[in-house]
Ligand binder design. Structure first.
Ligand SMILES: CC(C)(COP(=O)(O)OP(=O)(O)OC[C@H]1O[C@@H](n2cnc3c(N)ncnc32)[C@H](O)[C@@H]1OP(=O)(O)O)[C@@H](O)C(=O)NCCC(=O)NCCS
Length: 174
């Protein structure tokens, strides 16, 4: 069986409706993985989603992964704004649809995101927080050179369950 070709590209404001549906489904399917809840996100205005996807060269990017034209994965990186923090960025909203998992979609997206970050002058670190429950995500990050530097106890409370977040950083070469 040949797998359909995986296309990775930056999303733009015109992808907002598709991205909104994708993100909402992800928040509903993996509530332990994210700080935002589906209940809150479903009220997000489409203009806000579009503004978040609009191109800001070197400042933020959402990469989408498409299989047979369908959005099956996405990740966002946002550079810090202030002078003293501009050497750092954060990764958010990492998600691959359940049916597309285990086919290197996450690997390919994260490699592309690291390549994007590596090409931004002055950007030296990428940070993220990952719920300790999200084992495949933790392994993905550790495989890509992220190091654990802390633990935020009870970072999330999901339906009365407290979840710790592991804090990770990836230093970018050069
Ligand atoms: C974390 C996540 C993005 C990974 O996406 P993915 O596309 O399945 O990732 P990959 O396919 O690149 O890797 C997943 C696993 O499949 C394995 N794999 C990849 N291609 C494979 C192949 N062709 N054959 C067998 N195994 C394969 C990888 O080695 C990896 O194994 P591991 O988890 O045991 O280390 C996905 O599981 C997800 O969305 N989880 C829920 C949300 C979440 O936790 N987000 C993180 C928030 S911080």
């Amino acid at each position: 069986m040949t797998l359909p070709e995986l296309l990775i590209r930056s999303l733009t404001a015109t992808d907002a409706p598709v991205y909104f549906a994708f993100r909402l489904a992800g928040l509903a399917e993996s509530p332990l993985a994210f700080g935002r809840s589906a209940e809150e996100y479903r009220h997000e205005p489409l203009e806000t989603v579009a503004a978040g996807l609009a191109e800001h060269l070197g400042e933020r990017v959402t990469l989408g992964a498409f299989l047979s034209g369908e959005l099956v994965g996405a990740m966002t990186a946002v550079r810090e704004l202030t002078l003293k923090r501009r050497h750092k960025g954060n990764i958010y909203a990492v998600y691959v649809s359940p049916a597309a998992r285990g086919q290197r979609v996450g690997e390919t997206l994260l490699s592309a995101l690291l390549a994007w970050a590596g090409a931004v002058p002055g950007l030296e670190q990428l940070h993220l927080a990952v719920s300790v429950t999200q084992e495949p995500a933790r392994r993905l990050y550790l495989r890509h050179g992220f190091q654990v530097y802390g633990l935020e106890p009870k970072a999330l409370r999901v339906n009365g369950r407290d979840i710790d977040d592991e804090l990770m950083v990836r230093f970018l070469d050069g």
